[in-house]
Design a protein around this ligand. Structure first.
Ligand SMILES: CC(C)(COP(=O)(O)OP(=O)(O)OC[C@H]1O[C@@H](n2cnc3c(N)ncnc32)[C@H](O)[C@@H]1OP(=O)(O)O)[C@@H](O)C(=O)NCCC(=O)NCCS
Length: 162
């Protein structure tokens, strides 16, 4: 497997454009779907990015400093939930790696970094929505998540941090 040396940095408000690109490629059957078209809207994961509780980590190629992936979490309300909504105290994690850099171990490093960030901020748990794909589920299980439910072709997973 080719590997890519990456460095991590904290995400900033202006990274929203990169997050917006990545979110198009997350979840069941959503690759390439317009960000405004898919209910619940994927724009929910990035709209007004930078509100209280939003947090992100950006992965950069160590040599070129090109952005190769990001992981972020935000809280949702029962009225406007995300795909993996559990409750209003459990932020939802999204992780994405640009297609050309997948399969090189960047995703697990991003998940580990954002989970550590959540833990250091005293967040009790994170959820995420993954495709029903054995390799993906195994990836998230290796990062400490477990399955708590499912919707269609997706599973909801959770990590307890306290
Ligand atoms: C999920 C994701 C973040 C994983 O990141 P990654 O850096 O590719 O993770 P890994 O390198 O550990 O690869 C994970 C698995 O992806 C698969 N994979 C390998 N090469 C791949 C490639 N070129 N393209 C896609 N998937 C590939 C493999 O099954 C691999 O498992 P293995 O390591 O046992 O071979 C990334 O695939 C992605 O951005 N997917 C789209 C967004 C998404 O589904 N996010 C999760 C829901 S929020």
């Amino acid at each position: 497997m080719a590997s890519v040396r990456i460095v991590m940095r904290h995400g900033e408000k202006q990274d929203v454009h990169f997050l917006r690109d990545l979110v198009r490629h997350t979840g069941p059957g959503r690759a390439g779907v317009s960000i405004e078209e898919d209910p619940p809207p994927l724009s929910r994961y990035v709209a007004g990015w930078g509100r209280v509780g939003d947090s992100s980590v950006i992965a950069l190629d160590d040599e070129t400093h090109v952005t190769v992936g990001a992981a972020w979490y935000r809280s949702f309300t029962a009225d406007e939930p995300g795909f993996a909504f559990i409750d209003e105290e459990t932020p939802e994690l999204t992780v994405g790696v640009v297609p050309s850099r997948r399969g090189q171990g960047v995703g697990p490093q991003l998940v580990a970094a954002i989970v550590e960030r959540a833990r250091s901020q005293g967040i009790p748990a994170l959820s995420l929505s993954s495709l029903q794909d054995a390799a993906l589920i195994e990836l998230f299980e290796s990062c400490g998540f477990h399955i708590v439910g499912g919707k269609g072709s997706a599973v909801t997973m959770k990590i307890d941090l306290l």
